[in-house]
Design a protein around this ligand. Structure first.
Ligand SMILES: Cc1ncc(COP(=O)(O)O)c(C=O)c1O
Length: 445
């Protein structure tokens, strides 16, 4: 197992890499370096096995080191490394769009390629504004997001997002004309709910209040994650998303679902909108699209949106937007191979068959010290711990560290521990993941 491991750099060699969303000085004083991955596991630079409880960063849905994806990428690199997608095309980009359209929620069969979740979000926001303009409603430029929402780190995504630390440094640089609905996390009513919380559908009515404030004629779109991941797993109350859909329809406002983490099987259906039976107008994806093997994102648009752009002389570019690496051939090859793996192994629905085992495992942590809530849906789980007096996040970080020391990787956001393992996980691995977390919580003051 150790033969191919990369040696750990000496601590002094860690300085040049300015790490993202990381406490750089703390990390570099005591680094956690991963060197190899296969199936459900990582190995660190000392050769220690680590169970992956978060699918990397919610992206490696088919597990690590998939031979099929490696082969497809290698073959594509040897055949054609790069081709532009501006006024040029290459066949597998079209093949991939067609394949995605087949598994998409109803009607969302026009696909725009990006390189990340953040780019997908900013693309969707721009498409929403362009759509209204194309229909003669160019004054519809406002967006409504939600507190605790995470939509990546572009200026658009950050502005519609609702995570305080991501926003406070950049206050004056936000998009103008953005408002936010309340989040739906309410421990008083919903703590320890199994699956979707029963209380809170009425929170969607806040959208009516914001529409009354700004007037529907100024609003382009509402953007929410069907299930918020990065803010510590916030589930939609039963009926909440349907209500949002109804209100958007009533006022001709587009509904964008950000499915960057919920897409590609995480919730037991290919997309959360299918699981919740609510179809958005635009859907943003990334992560699981290539199983995390290469950066790629995709925005799914209702055909009516695409068609609204297809006007005017045929030699005009309809949407002045795109990336050098939109539909990168190697990423397309990775995505096609990923979709093959998902189909062959039934991974886009496998979470549904594991979800009751998963739910019971997660809720077995009830009653442990400092556990104030447990949340689950599909193969997503979260344990919310009480914050230490005056030290928010400290307990969560300690639990995350101790889990890693015991060979289990989870994700920490403040005092919430999130789990989202590869969809290939087996029952025994679920038990090990949750039992390790439980043991660590028991001994963490
Ligand atoms: C819902 C959601 N949207 C957008 C993003 C941003 O994706 P990326 O980091 O690929 O830019 C994320 C990343 O976690 C996400 O969870």
């Amino acid at each position: 197992m150790n033969a191919q491991l990369t040696p750990a750099p000496a601590n002094t060699e860690l300085d040049a890499f300015w790490m993202p969303f990381t406490a750089n000085r703390q990390f570099k004083a005591n680094p956690r370096l991963l060197a190899r991955a296969e199936g459900m596991y990582y190995w660190d630079t000392s050769g220690r096995e680590v169970l992956d409880g978060v699918a990397g960063l919610w992206c490696v849905n088919a597990g690590h080191g998939r031979r099929e994806i490696t082969e497809a990428v290698t073959k594509q690199l040897a055949t054609m490394d790069y081709a532009p997608a501006f006024q040029m095309g290459h066949p597998i980009a079209f093949e991939l769009a067609n394949r995605l359209a087949k598994i998409a929620p109803p009607g969302l069969d026009r696909i725009f390629f990006t390189n990340s979740g953040s780019e997908s979000v900013d693309t969707a926001l721009k498409i929403a504004i362009g759509y209204h303009r194309a229909r003669g409603a160019g004054q519809r430029t406002r967006f409504i997001g939600r507190e605790k929402g995470y939509h990546g780190v572009g200026f658009g995504g950050m502005s519609v997002g609702g995570m305080v630390n991501n926003r406070k440094f950049f206050g004056s640089s936000m998009l103008p004309g953005v408002d936010h609905m309340s989040h739906t996390l309410d421990l008083e009513h919903n703590a320890f709910s199994r699956g979707l919380p029963p209380w809170g559908a009425h929170l969607a009515n806040e959208l009516e209040r914001l529409i009354a404030l700004h007037d529907a004629s100024t609003i382009a779109a509402v953007i929410v994650e069907p299930i918020s991941g990065s803010a510590g797993v916030v589930l939609p109350p039963v009926g909440y998303l349907k209500r949002l859909r109804e209100i958007c329809d009533k006022h001709d406002i587009l509904l964008i679902f950000d499915e960057v983490i919920t897409g590609f099987g995480r919730v037991g259906r290919p997309f959360a909108s299918l699981a919740f039976d609510v179809t958005p107008d635009l859907m943003t994806t990334a992560k699981g699209l290539t199983n995390g093997a290469l950066p790629m994102g995709a925005v799914f648009a209702q055909r009516k949106i695409y068609d609204a752009f297809m006007q005017g002389p045929e030699n005009t570019i309809e949407l002045f937007h795109g990336y050098t690496y939109s539909a990168h051939p190697v990423a397309c090859a990775a995505a096609l191979a990923t979709l093959d793996v998902y189909a062959k192994e039934g991974l886009l629905t496998r979470a549904a068959s594991l979800s009751s085992h998963w739910e019971n495992a997660v809720h077995s942590l009830r009653g442990l010290p400092h556990v104030v809530d447990l949340r689950n849906y599909g193969l997503i789980g979260a344990v919310e711990l009480e914050a230490r007096q005056g030290k928010p996040g400290a307990r969560g970080f300690e639990v995350f560290l101790k889990c890693f020391e015991r060979g289990v990787m989870v994700r920490q956001t403040g005092d919430t521990i999130a789990m989202s393992p590869p969809l290939i996980i087996e029952g025994k691995q679920i038990d090990r993941l949750v039992e390790t977390l439980g043991a660590v919580i028991r001994e963490t003051a």
